[in-house]
Design a protein. Structure first.
Length: 454
């Protein structure tokens, strides 16, 4: 099937009305659930080949979350899809007024490579639940996962309604020329702008889940050992290739040494003396990204790590201290296992440091002091704010969690009912009887009723 034919078929299938009954949507969601359970080993193997992710991390970071989304949609779909009555007023007293979520049509889902199943299937769950068709375009960079997804989806789901289109930049650009009813994009901010531009040509709404530099502030008075264990996990899981990974640490100079030492100890605990031989430590997705991340380190002497092996696309967990605020490392999202520490004089300076830059996807504050946390939340701007932990597994495991993106980190929100709402049209409906016409007379011309009655 060509891309054009795939879209055409999805449109026709949507036009046939078969996604309208909730039974159909539930049955498709059950089929997706079946795929996830029957093909789990293949999915885990594909991710091992793509990014050297361990089975444990794949389950924890990707599969549990997808299954939770499917279960939630299966359990709640009838409630989500039900009409919502609107409060009545004098004018609508005798009417039936309600909001009815309606399918949008055919949506385009474009995914990134770092969690290639979650970033395509979580939106797809919402698309199916809302009664849409969906063209799924996984990232060519996670090639094993992409091919497997293209093989599996048609085996389990309606072949016409949910086609998978594989390919790279050219294929995505071709897709973007077509008209869709919503575009759901996960990837870099640079491409996010191109997606929005293409969508504007058809006035298509978009949801953009982009990236950014997520800061992590450590208050000097908190339990730094525990904070560093959590930060180490959040940063180095998936080899640092997580959109909401902490990009850099902000702390006062007096605790920097202790922070480095605690991270060193935690890394030893997590990955042993040689992370390269640890089954729990990942790899950089491809040579281009390997070169990019290595390039970011140039000119710095890491206090920890720094070792690389291009043949395996291995970069050791690396810490860089006293990083100047205007250095290369602090300009773009790192998206790899490098953790710079920038020192600040305290919370106030941390706040100005963050607010001078693009709005980040996530903000992390480690502090036991309520005041610090409150101040941080009040003055920083970010898509999400998290205290004393990392969101990775929470996003995927906590039901109904809302991810809302701002500024350069994107726009729109999703997960659970939010995806359903995002991919539905909230149609306002009014039902009035043909009786009691006298009530309407006041609104009809001529305005001068006396003249009318003459
Ligand atoms: P990528 O290179 O795989 O690109 C993502 C998608 O865009 C792919 O399907 C690709 O084919 C397409 N694409 C790439 N270049 C294009 C172009 N010029 N024109 C049209 N389409 C194009 O992935 P990436 O962008 O390197 O992904 C990493 C980024 O994604 C990071 O910035 C990360 O923070 C972000 N991300 C965000 C979230 C989130 O939830 N906000 C989740 C995961 C990743």
């Amino acid at each position: 099937l060509s891309r054009g034919q795939a879209i055409q078929r999805a449109r026709e299938a949507f036009g046939s009305g078969r996604t309208r009954p909730l039974e159909f949507r539930l049955q498709q969601l059950q089929a997706l659930q079946k795929m996830m359970s029957e093909r789990e080993v293949e999915i885990i193997t594909a991710l091992k080949q793509d990014i050297n992710r361990s089975q444990y991390d794949t389950s924890l970071l990707e599969l549990i979350g997808i299954n939770n989304e499917i279960n939630l949609a299966l359990g709640k779909l009838r409630e989500w899809a039900a009409p919502r009555l609107v409060e009545k007023n004098l004018l609508t007293m005798s009417d039936e007024a309600y909001i009815q979520p309606e399918p949008l049509g055919v949506v385009l889902i474009i995914g990134a490579w770092n969690y290639p199943w979650a970033v395509t299937l979580v939106p797809l769950v919402g698309a199916i639940a809302a009664g849409n068709g969906a063209v799924v375009k996984p990232s060519e960079i996670s090639g094993y996962s992409s091919l497997l997804l293209a093989t599996l989806l048609p085996l389990y789901l309606d072949k016409d309604l949910y086609p998978v289109v594989t390919g790279g930049v050219t294929e995505t650009q071709e897709l973007l020329k077509q008209r869709f009813d919503h575009i759901f994009y996960t990837g870099s901010s640079a491409v996010g702008k191109l997606v929005m531009e293409a969508a504007a040509r058809h006035i298509t709404p978009v949801t953009l889940e982009l990236g950014g530099k997520s800061p992590c502030y450590i208050d000097k008075n908190c339990d730094i050992r525990v904070a560093c264990r959590r930060i180490t996990w959040g940063k180095f899981v998936n080899c640092g290739q997580t959109c909401i990974a902490p990009d850099y640490i902000l702390c006062e100079p007096c605790v920097q040494g202790h922070v480095v030492e605690c991270i060193r100890q935690t890394l030893l605990e997590f990955y042993g003396p040689d992370p390269k031989s640890s089954p729990d430590y990942g790899r950089i997705i491809n040579q281009t990204h390997f070169n990019r991340v290595v390039g970011l380190m140039e000119g710095y002497a890491p206090v920890l790590g720094g070792q690389c092996d291009a043949s395996q696309r291995y970069i050791a967990p690396t810490i860089l201290k006293d990083v100047p605020p205007h250095s290369k490392l602090m300009q773009e999202e790192i998206f790899g296992p490098l953790l710079p520490i920038v020192t600040v004089s305290g919370l106030d300076e941390a706040i100005s440091f963050i607010n001078e830059r693009d709005k980040p996807l996530a903000l992390y504050i480690f502090s036991s002091d309520k005041q610090v946390r409150k101040l941080g939340e009040a003055y920083y701007n970010s898509g999400i704010a998290v205290h004393n932990c990392f969101l990775h597994h929470s996003i995927l495991c906590v039901r109904l969690l809302l991810l809302d993106f701002v500024g350069q980190s994107g726009m729109g929100f999703y997960h659970g009912k939010h995806t359903f709402d995002r991919l539905s049209h909230q149609r306002a409906c009014l039902l009035r009887s043909l009786g009691m016409e006298s009530i309407n007379l006041a609104r009809y011309p001529p305005q001068d009723r006396q003249r009318a009655s003459r």
